[in-house]
Design a protein around this ligand. Structure first.
Ligand SMILES: Cc1ncc(COP(=O)(O)O)c(C=O)c1O
Length: 372
């Protein structure tokens, strides 16, 4: 049996007529740049998220750079960011001349360790980038308390967090809608994935909304009048049309992911070598990725590959050990939890269109690897 780590073709084939119609609508209309579908998607996305404003941009990475620029994460300022995350959560501030201050992770939730974050606050710290990784949000009540105590701006990297909910002030809120600005990625593998690059920025603050709107079109509000040195980063209209259709099905897709996760957990929790990250209280998780932590991880990955099973390692090298960040002066051993997790973590196939017998096959293969 072949179980790909990710595939978009099963979804496309199941809903070919709707996808084709969405794309053709844009082709017929010809409004490719910030067209009708973009505005409609932004409204529908804001409604789904419960955010006041949502603006489409070209990618999650662009959204992080634009958000960092607007919030002043630049020019020598210090910004707290997890070392265990995707590169873009940190490159955004580094490229603007800010200093990323890395923070270790919680070994059970795989999110940022906020006690470690607080220890690293200095007089130069201006902001924090909580990244809601894989399944559940960083504890946002604590993030907002920290932000209030030290006067920090909060840029939520919710690139992986579409649909995740977390409790704050006794209310359930969507991850990404709580800080000053939140960003989402619609990279094809994401829970709400486009058929190309795409991203979204959200805020509840009118001034920030106006700035984002201007920054994504070269810092102008009136054509050829530039108030800021902005960017060229717009959500493509074709992608918006695709996303609008997928948004209609998003609750169903999330539920299907959940079903596979329950299946995996039920089977894999019987294998002594496998550790499964827990969803903590105050979180309603969404399985963007199904990760396990295991001994002999690389051998297991090779074994699964030989058996036709795709896997992925998020993330094999914590950011403090990346060559491009050597100038920051961190060394091996500085973030022991992140370094350990990066050697043990492995992601299994997880998408709505997985079949039950495929999940069984993956679990059987893992069990047989550890009993060989
Ligand atoms: C945590 C995190 N931040 C940022 C990004 C960047 O998003 P994009 O690929 O849309 O640029 C991603 C995903 O790729 C991500 O997983």
């Amino acid at each position: 049996m072949n179980v790909p780590f990710y595939t978009s073709t099963r979804e496309y084939r199941a809903h070919k007529d709707e996808f084709d119609a969405a794309v053709l609508r844009v082709m017929e209309r010809g409004d490719f740049i910030l067209g009708e579908e973009v505005a409609a998607f932004e409204k529908e996305a804001a409604d789904f998220l419960g955010a006041r404003y949502a603006l489409g941009v070209a990618s999650g990475s662009d959204a992080l750079v634009i958000g960092s620029d607007i919030l002043g994460f630049r020019d020598g300022a210090e910004v707290l960011t997890p070392t265990f995350t995707f590169f873009a959560s940190t490159s955004c501030v580094a490229r603007l001349g800010a200093k990323p201050v890395f923070v270790d992770m919680d070994p059970d939730t795989l999110n940022m360790d906020l006690s470690d974050a607080e220890r690293r606050v200095t007089k130069k710290t201006v902001g924090i980038i909580p990244v809601h990784l894989f399944v559940q949000a960083t504890p946002m009540q604590k993030v907002m308390d920290l932000a209030r105590a030290y006067n920090l701006k909060v840029l939520e990297d919710a690139a992986e967090a579409w649909g995740m909910e977390t409790k704050i002030n006794e209310n359930w809120k969507k991850a990404g809608t709580i800080g000053d600005i939140g960003i989402y990625s619609f990279f094809p593998t994401k829970t709400l994935g486009a058929y190309g690059d795409a991203g979204l920025m959200v805020t509840n603050d009118e001034e920030l909304y106006k700035k984002i709107k201007s920054y994504r079109v070269h810092g102008s509000t009136i054509k050829y009048h530039h108030d800021y040195i902005g960017y060229n980063s717009r959500l493509d209209t074709l992608q918006a049309a695709i996303l609008r259709f997928k948004l209609q099905r998003t609750k169903e897709s999330i539920a299907m992911r959940e079903r596979h996760a329950v299946h995996y957990t039920e089977r894999l929790s019987r294998i002594a070598e496998v550790r499964i990250p827990k969803i903590t209280e105050n979180n309603r998780g969404v399985y963007y990725v199904y990760n396990i932590l295991v001994p002999r991880r690389d051998e297991l990955a090779t074994f699964l590959k030989e058996n036709g099973i795709g896997t992925s390692i998020y993330y094999p090298i914590p950011l403090h050990l990346q060559k491009c960040f050597a100038y920051l002066g961190y060394r091996e051993g500085d973030f022991p939890v992140a370094e350990r997790v990066s050697k043990e973590i492995i992601a299994l196939p997880m998408y709505p269109e997985l079949h039950d017998d495929e999940v069984e096959y993956v679990c059987d293969a893992i069990a047989s690897f550890y009993t060989r």
